[in-house]
Design a protein around this ligand. Structure first.
Ligand SMILES: Nc1nc2c(ncn2[C@@H]2O[C@H](COP(=O)(O)OP(=O)(O)OP(=O)(O)O)[C@@H](O)[C@H]2O)c(=O)[nH]1
Ligand SMILES: [Mg+2]
Length: 558
């Protein structure tokens, strides 16, 4: 039994620190996404563990816990071999924790300050008094706790607080009350993750007939198994007899020498916390962002809300309008120019390109364009697309994560209309002003028109001379046709021909310009979706992946 508590695995301090860091990382990753009340135990653990490890690794804090009258104070005194904690007939006797430190008090002072044992209840067991008898317990800080089944509610609170801080607990039960429900359901079961740092003693064994002791121990062992405490050391003690706690003392000596209890306690705490958080993470997310199909639906909805179809229609119309003004029959071009440019009507870069209206845009960054506002249908399509993106990205995640993803996806929706307007206004639609080929065709039209006009003038001059009876100059002939007539008709016909050839080319080029503008606008609104919807979603998914990884490390899995 001497090695009763050595059955547990050794806890490597570095591993423990890695696991605690992982719990810390988990808390950082989930901050703002998960309900705080679920995270309280993890926060408490991180805080307590950090302090406990920083205070002293050389001390082992052991608490005697149990019901009133079980003999905690008597055992405390028996182990200390001094009457330090009052033993009472009137119950409950012990109201606040008492501590006895084996070895110098100095090193344990800060530890006891943290645990909250009042200085007047601290005692020292200096080995100088006893020769070397007590040296095997050097480093032990033994606490005598109040009763947990007290009529005094404050006692129970104090016990609960102290049980959260100590390294090892000795549960003291007596032959009358060892099967008491409270100790099993409210306490022992809660400690099933701390089997390595739990010890149970059946005190007052002297009150049983010697033959009864093994039977009661068996019965108690059965109850402990049912509590999930299989394998915890179980000893019989008699506090009133100096030799009645020899085994317990030996067990404590080996625990103290091993310097493992504080690490095991914290490792058990990490296990408990990780187990309670396990339902907050689940499968690996399918990706760290919404899939391509989801993004496309979103971009389409954004394009609709941004009025991209209206703008691209205007782009095509503007191209044709400008081309007609530049290449049409010269005599009606001026009239065409009087009609407004379709792009200018939307307050989008008209002739002069995107650069021309940059000042106007920066002066009026919001609602810079007159692109029609999205309709109710377009707005609801956008809402649905955003929700679909969130569901595709986070729908399979456990617990509160899907809501966190949806919340993130919607978090910046209020800024989207202005951002879309800016994106459309800032896109270079690349509708040409007067490309060279328009100018060449325009010049050709001038040439053939002037030819026709020259032919007409010549003919008119001929008629006038004839009408005035003046000698009629010979009109040169080209084949059978007089040259002036040829110039007039040829000029007119050539003009029609040039217009007939130009029109389909303009139409084709207008469509290409529209497609190019559509691509650019789509990229611009996709950028808005990326910034306002996908990036926040991505942030939550990244946090989820971090949290999942951190919890895996905290669980001790490599
Ligand atoms: N015969 C016998 N009596 C014991 C033993 N241990 C404690 N007692 C007696 O049981 C009574 C209660 O002992 P305490 O040590 O005060 O019990 P406690 O668990 O500290 O009680 P609280 O402080 O009220 O929680 C006292 O009268 C002790 O003398 C034991 O092993 N054998
Ligand atoms: Mg007591």
């Amino acid at each position: 039994m001497r090695d009763a508590l050595r059955g547990g695995q050794r806890v490597d301090p570095d591993d423990l620190i890695t696991r605690l860091d992982a719990v810390r990382r988990f808390l950082t990753a989930v901050d703002g996404y998960l309900p705080d009340e679920r995270l309280v135990p993890a926060h408490t653990l991180v805080e307590r563990a950090g302090t406990r490890l920083a205070l002293s690794r050389d001390h082992t804090v052991v608490a005697l816990a149990g019901a009133t009258g079980s003999g905690k104070s008597s055992l405390f005194n028996a182990l200390a071999r001094l009457d330090l904690s009052p033993v009472g007939v009137r119950r409950p006797t012990t109201g606040v924790a008492h501590a006895c430190v084996w070895g110098p008090l100095d090193g344990a002072t800060r530890l006891l300050d943290w645990i909250g044992v009042l200085p007047r209840h601290r005692f020292i067991r200096e080995s100088a008094l006893d020769g070397d008898d007590e040296s095997a317990l050097h480093g032990l800080v033994l606490l005598d706790l109040p009763d947990f089944d007290s009529v005094q509610h404050a006692h129970r609170l104090e016990v609960d607080r102290l049980l959260g801080l100590v390294d090892l607990v000795i549960w003291v039960v007596d032959p009358q009350k060892y099967a008491d429900r409270l100790v099993h359901t409210a306490y022992l079961r809660e400690f099933h993750r701390h089997r390595d740092v739990t010890l149970v003693v059946l005190n007052q064994a002297d009150r049983l007939p010697p033959a009864e002791v093994p039977r009661v121990l068996d019965d108690l062992r059965r109850l402990l198994d049912a509590d999930g405490l299989t394998g915890v050391p179980l000893l019989a003690t008699t506090a009133v007899d100096p030799s009645g706690s020899t085994e317990l003392r030996a067990s404590l000596e080996s625990t103290v020498a091993e310097r493992q209890a504080s690490l095991r306690r914290l490792a058990g705490d990490v296990d408990t916390v990780v187990e309670r958080l396990a339902d907050l993470v689940g499968p690996e997310p399918a990706g760290t962002g919404p899939d391509a199909a989801g993004s496309r639906v979103l971009t389409d909805a954004l394009a609709g809300a941004a009025g991209v179809p209206a703008v691209t229609t205007a782009v095509e119309a503007a191209y044709r309008h400008r081309a007609a003004s530049a290449t049409g029959w010269p005599l009606v071009r001026g009239w065409r120019r009087l009609r407004p440019d379709p792009l200018r009507r939307l307050h989008l870069p008209g002739p002069g390109g995107a650069g021309g209206s940059a000042d106007e845009l920066s002066a009026k960054p919001v609602a810079a364009t007159s692109v029609p506002d999205p309709t109710a249908a377009q707005r609801s399509a956008l809402g649905l697309a955003v929700r679909a993106v969130a569901e595709r990205a986070g729908g399979d995640l456990p617990g509160p994560w899907p809501a966190a993803v949806t919340g993130a996806a919607r978090s910046r929706l209020g800024d989207v209309p202005d951002a879309l307007d800016r994106a459309v206004a800032g896109t270079d639609l690349d509708v040409p002003e007067r490309p060279l080929w328009w100018r060449l065709v325009g010049a050709l039209q001038w040439l053939v028109t002037l030819t026709a006009v020259a032919g007409l003038a010549w003919l008119v001059l001929g008629y006038a001379l004839r009408a005035l009876g003046l000698p009629d100059p010979d009109e040169p002939m080209v084949g059978e046709v007089p040259l002036p007539t040829l110039l007039l008709l040829g000029g007119l016909l050539a003009g029609l021909l040039v217009a007939a050839v130009t029109r389909p080319v303009v139409r084709w080029a207008a469509r290409r310009t529209r497609l190019r503008a559509e691509r650019r606008l789509t990229a611009a609104v996709a950028g808005v979706g990326e910034e306002h919807v996908l990036t926040p979603v991505h942030a939550v998914l990244t946090s989820y992946a971090d949290a999942r990884d951190a919890l895996r490390v905290a669980a001790g899995k490599k």
